[in-house]
Design a protein around this ligand. Structure first.
Ligand code: ATP
Ligand code: MG
Length: 568
């Protein structure tokens, strides 16, 4: 399957952010739109980030503008180079290109410091000696104004001296901060003299030990946007209350541009944990095999699961962009995957739980190569040959010794069609003498039905898949279910151990599966529809020559919706 780039023209209807951008271009406020995607490199990207990426890069692409990739690396303690690399890989894989616009907030440390010195000189910022606890105590709350710091009215000269010494490493972590001098009685808590710089004697993944003071996100972020000439700074709604501070930082000094912050509702998905902190915990405690475990909502996990960038982009378009928080259905994401793979994935035959079949009237030693379509609706995907012989395997679930009323597949005396092959009839069963379990079916075939049709017009009610016992390749197949056992992740109380809500059946590993021989030569990145089973991809990390591992990307239909329907 080849990868399609994102389209420069939106298929999705416009949204309030695209409307604002269009208006600003039309009115001449901006000649060219510049957006950014600003991840903190403290974890792998997840499907929520994909929404932000599709929005920021999508707008730039549609409008002939630019979208910067900027690492918001202002917290030295939690950030790592591994994350920087994974984030770039994931954005590229989604199909987006930042061209030469790759930035790091840490590149601006000197400039941010200089800007802070200007704020100090003009009396807009001061060095405060309160401890974090004292500061919290004096902050007030929604009903009570805060108390001004006793250090608030230090002279600019004294502040300059102290700030310089903070940078020089003279003071201990947490002993002093640089604070904005705004308004301790503001109804917006973010405006009550927020901290701009803190002391943290920690090595940074890029600047090493050059700095022991680090700017706070609320200070570094708006100025980084301004330094880069960002026109529209799109973020999620938890930053709405920070917007006055965002504007304050830009307007209080000689910032070269005035970006506008616009907030949209973050993506939440049913059955999905979406916080990097929780995902990190899953990884660190070994509850998943890594950030790219195919059950993870990370982009790397979805890639390994077999999801396509096209389907993820389609999903982000379908959920749309609004101001109001809502819970999106994971089933919608799965539908997008299914739609894409149904259209493009070649078909193959695979038996997950094999039951042996011996066709008694088929000559021993004979092999026929039967023609099979790679795709029922797309002839351009061509045909292939599948070998047929006397001994086959079918799906154990496709046989019942005592078939219930609506079971039309194999049963003693019952005739069915083998896909692309012949009609076969079950003439007997072989049982394990101790357990009594059926271990083999004896069948006869009708040579006149080659290709799956009967010249006498005789009908069968079921078509089942099969593989040749002599030619099939052994494989391991992994089936996945939701990692989280509850539909609404928001229903798990804060502080409750979310691990108690994990679905213990999220991974089922089937060994001894059999796949048609054409799959034995498959390379990594291969995706197929295993007929009647779902969509599968070859796991690049765990497959070995002669021992392929397939991950189920999606079922054929939304089994959850089906269950909900039968229960409702
Ligand atoms: P998390 O809450 O998962 O830790 P974060 O917001 O701290 O995520 P960042 O690295 O700061 O992660 O996010 C980079 C960008 O992605 C931000 O602009 C943020 O608004 C956006 N983003 C993060 N999560 C979501 C989400 N669920 N839906 C939409 N956008 C998101
Ligand atoms: Mg963040």
């Amino acid at each position: 399957m080849t990868t399609q780039p994102p389209k420069a023209a939106p298929d999705a209807p416009s949204d309030f952010i695209r409307d604002i951008v269009e208006e600003d271009l039309k009115s001449g406020k901006h000649a060219r739109v510049v957006t950014r995607f600003p991840p903190e490199p403290n974890g792998y990207l997840h499907i929520g980030h994909a929404k932000s990426i599709c929005l920021n890069f999508g707008i730039a692409l549609e409008r002939g503008g630019a979208c910067h990739l900027r690492f918001d690396d202002t917290n030295p303690v939690t950030e790592e180079a591994e994350y920087v690399e994974s984030i770039q890989r994931d954005v590229r894989w989604l199909g987006f290109d930042w061209k030469d616009k790759l930035f790091y907030a840490s590149d601006y440390f000197e400039r941010l410091y200089g800007y802070a010195v200007e704020l100090v000189k003009q009396g807009s910022a001061y060095v405060c000696d309160l401890s974090p606890e004292e500061m919290r105590r004096d902050r007030g709350d929604f009903n009570r104004p805060g108390k001004e710091s006793p250090f608030r009215n230090r002279s600019a000269q004294e502040n300059l001296d102290l700030f310089g010494r903070m940078r020089a490493g003279e003071f201990a972590d947490g002993s002093r901060t640089l604070r904005a001098k705004i308004d301790m009685s503001s109804p917006n808590m973010n405006m009550r003299d927020p901290v701009l710089y803190r002391i943290k004697k920690a090595s940074h993944h890029r600047t090493g030990d050059a700095w022991c003071i680090y700017p706070m996100y609320d200070y570094a972020h708006p100025l980084s946007d301004a330094f880069e000439g960002i026109t529209h700074s799109i973020c999620t709604t938890e930053f709405e209350d920070h917007r006055p501070l965002y504007d304050w930082a830009i307007r209080s000094g000689p910032a070269p541009a005035r970006p506008r912050q616009i907030e949209f509702a973050r993506l939440s998905l049913t059955y999905t944990l979406m916080s990097k902190r929780k995902l990190l915990e899953l990884v660190e405690r070994g509850l998943v095999s890594g950030w790219d475990d195919p059950r993870m909502p990370t982009i790397s996990g979805m890639r390994r699961r077999g999801y396509t960038p096209e389907a993820i982009r389609e999903f982000c378009g379908r959920v749309g962009v609004t101001k109001f928080p809502s819970l999106s259905e994971k089933a919608l994401l799965e539908d997008c995957i299914r739609d894409d793979l149904n259209r493009r994935a070649p078909r193959a035959l695979a038996v997950l739980k094999p039951l042996k079949v011996v066709i008694e009237n088929y000559p021993e030693g004979r092999v026929e190569e039967l023609g099979a379509l790679n795709h029922p609706e797309d002839p351009s995907l061509g045909t292939r040959k599948v070998p047929f012989c006397r001994e086959l395997y079918v799906e154990a679930d496709d046989f019942r010794e005592d078939p219930p009323p609506k079971f039309f597949r194999l049963a003693p005396g019952r005739e069915v069609r083998l896909r692309y092959a012949y009609y076969v009839k079950c003439t007997g069963v072989v049982k394990d003498p101790t357990t009594g379990a059926v271990v083999e079916l004896r069948c006869s075939y009708d040579p006149a039905t080659r290709g799956g049709g009967s010249p006498d017009g005789r009908k069968v009610k079921a078509t089942i898949h099969w593989v040749s016992a002599r030619h099939a390749a052994a494989a391991t197949v992994r089936l996945y279910d939701h990692l989280l056992g509850v539909a609404d992740p928001g229903s798990i109380p804060e502080g409750d151990d979310f691990r108690r809500h994990l679905n213990p059946g999220s991974l089922e590993t089937l060994t001894g599966c059999l796949v048609e021989p054409s799959l034995a030569q498959a390379g990594p990145g291969g995706r197929w529809q295993f007929e009647r089973q779902g969509y599968f991809c070859l796991d690049a990390a765990d497959s070995k020559p002669g021992a392929p591992v397939f991950n189920r990307t999606a079922t054929l239909r939304d089994t959850w919706a089906k269950i909900a329907k039968t229960q409702g």
